[in-house]
Design a protein around this ligand. Structure first.
Ligand code: 6PG
Length: 239
């Protein structure tokens, strides 16, 4: 489902409300809320809003478990770190136990080995059914999501839950949930807006199926919900 807003500012409270509702429902039904956060710039306004008391007090953070959808393989104090961004805008401002936060980076281990460890960490919380309650995603101008970049081998990965690889175009390792893991989620919310996303978004939503070129097309929940939150600028005249 695609929900189109007049502008990005309108997306922010709507997305924050979805986060709160998903957390409350999961905690009520299963006792815990397991989320994968997204990096990039698109979620920043929502993270900031969730950090305000009006929103943060509606969530029982003791029962929230935070993972990430992907990460640039850089130290946690590096400005490119998705964990750093998420902590700065959200997690540092709410009463979540440190033990409930699983950054997708660790020193003294290769990204490949950490991918295996991260899979075990996820399993220790979500158990074998592998269902995150909510996975937040963004989308790059090229149609990538998480660190599922066009034409990369990781797009075909079906057995690993987490994969790490060297992304030549950015000269860095990336670590990411695989599409098959993302697709098990109960709810997936993609926040993407602005004119720069227009071409990729229209190809993803209305173009031919070509996930090697537009990896976002791989995101099709098995039995969960998928929602795109976008704006007029990104969707253009195609609606
Ligand atoms: C990352 C991401 C990535 C991001 C998109 C969109 O670490 O790069 O997680 O998948 O969501 O590149 O980024 P923007 O929100 O900045 O457009």
């Amino acid at each position: 489902m695609v929900t189109i807003f007049n502008n990005k500012e309108e997306i922010t409270p709507y997305a924050a409300d979805i986060f709160v509702a998903a957390a409350q429902k999961a905690i009520q039904e299963r006792g815990i809320f397991v989320i994968a956060l997204t990096g990039g710039s698109s979620p920043v306004a929502m993270y900031k809003l969730l950090a305000t008391p009006h929103y943060s007090t509606k969530i029982d953070w003791n029962n929230v478990f935070v993972f990430w959808g992907d990460e640039r393989w850089v130290p946690l104090d590096d400005d490119r770190s998705n964990a750093k961004m998420s902590c700065h805008h959200l997690l540092n401002h709410v009463a979540i136990p440190k033990a409930n936060i699983f950054p997708m980076y660790k020193t003294g281990i290769t990204s490949q080995d950490y991918a295996l460890e991260y899979e075990q960490s996820i399993k220790s919380i979500v158990r074998e059914d592998g269902k995150f309650d909510l996975i937040l995603l963004g989308m790059g101008d090229d149609g990538h999501t998480a660190s599922l970049f066009p034409a990369q081998v990781v797009l075909q990965e079906n057995s690993k839950w987490v994969s790490a690889y060297y992304l030549e175009s950015q000269n860095m390792d990336r670590i990411t949930l695989t599409a098959s893991t993302i697709n098990k989620a109960r709810e997936i919310v993609v926040i993407t807006y602005g004119e720069n996303k227009s071409n990729a978004l229209n190809e993803v939503l209305y173009g031919d199926y070509n996930p090697q070129k537009y990896p976002m097309q791989l995101i099709k929940p098995l039995d969960g919900k998928l929602l795109f939150l976008t704006d007029q600028a990104a969707i253009g005249t195609n609606q």
